[in-house]
Design a protein around this ligand. Structure first.
Ligand code: DGI
Ligand code: FE
Ligand code: FE
Ligand code: FE
Length: 186
């Protein structure tokens, strides 16, 4: 499928603001793919699809988790944690994507995971630094992403964990494993 077809498929499934975010992630992921030698078309496609499940019905998503035997720990965590794994399910079942690296990029774009591939890192970082994101420190993350992908991943994960703790939210086990993984190098 071409870019315009994917975009047309995701647009009606999300509010305007999320669609604008999606375009920003797409542009950023393409830029990072070119910079770090990743397949540009794969980066473009996973970026367009990454938040496709963000506004899906929670009961439906939890049913997918049960039916497809996804990580059972997802039950009860809401859309924030469900939309990555369910998005990967939609990418495969509805759009026929079979490339496991692409599916993993969508699946783990919220939490990260231990041993992320280059494509997974690109989507993870692009999601956080795309031009419409505004938070303290985002400019520093953007600069890092231009210089060193692994350092950018590390800084993004640290930022997310700090944000979760500051806002008194529980940390999903996969996010914590990912944090421990990136903090144990260097
Ligand atoms: O879907 P986006 O808003 O573009 O971004 P995302 O999928 O990276 O993150 C969605 C939300 O999930 C964001 O507000 C941060 C939150 N999140 C990420 N990891 C965890 C988490 N929330 C909780 N409670 N626990 C986590 O481990
Ligand atoms: Fe997301
Ligand atoms: Fe993210
Ligand atoms: Fe996103």
């Amino acid at each position: 499928m071409e870019r315009e077809q994917y975009l047309a498929a995701v647009q009606p499934r999300m509010p305007e603001k999320r669609y604008i975010h999606t375009i920003g992630v797409m542009e950023t992921a393409i830029d990072l793919a070119q910079r770090y030698g990743e397949d540009v078309k794969k980066a473009e496609t996973v970026a367009i699809l990454h938040d496709i499940a963000k506004y899906a019905d929670i009961a439906w998503m939890e049913q997918i988790v049960r039916d497809e035997e996804l990580d059972a720990r997802l039950i009860g965590w809401g859309s924030e944690l469900l939309h990555g794994p369910v998005g990967a399910y939609i990418a495969e079942s509805e759009f026929g994507i079979t490339d496991e690296d692409m599916l993993n990029a969508i699946r783990f774009h919220t939490t990260g995971r231990v041993g992320m591939s280059r494509l997974e890192k690109i989507l993870f970082v692009a999601d956080m630094i795309e031009p419409n994101r505004q938070f303290d420190g985002v400019e520093r993350l953007r600069k890092k992403a231009q210089k060193d992908l692994d350092k950018a991943v590390r800084a993004c994960i640290r930022h997310t964990l700090a944000f979760l703790i500051d806002t008194k939210r529980p940390i999903y086990p996969v996010s914590l494993e990912c944090y421990n993984d990136v903090m144990s190098v260097e």
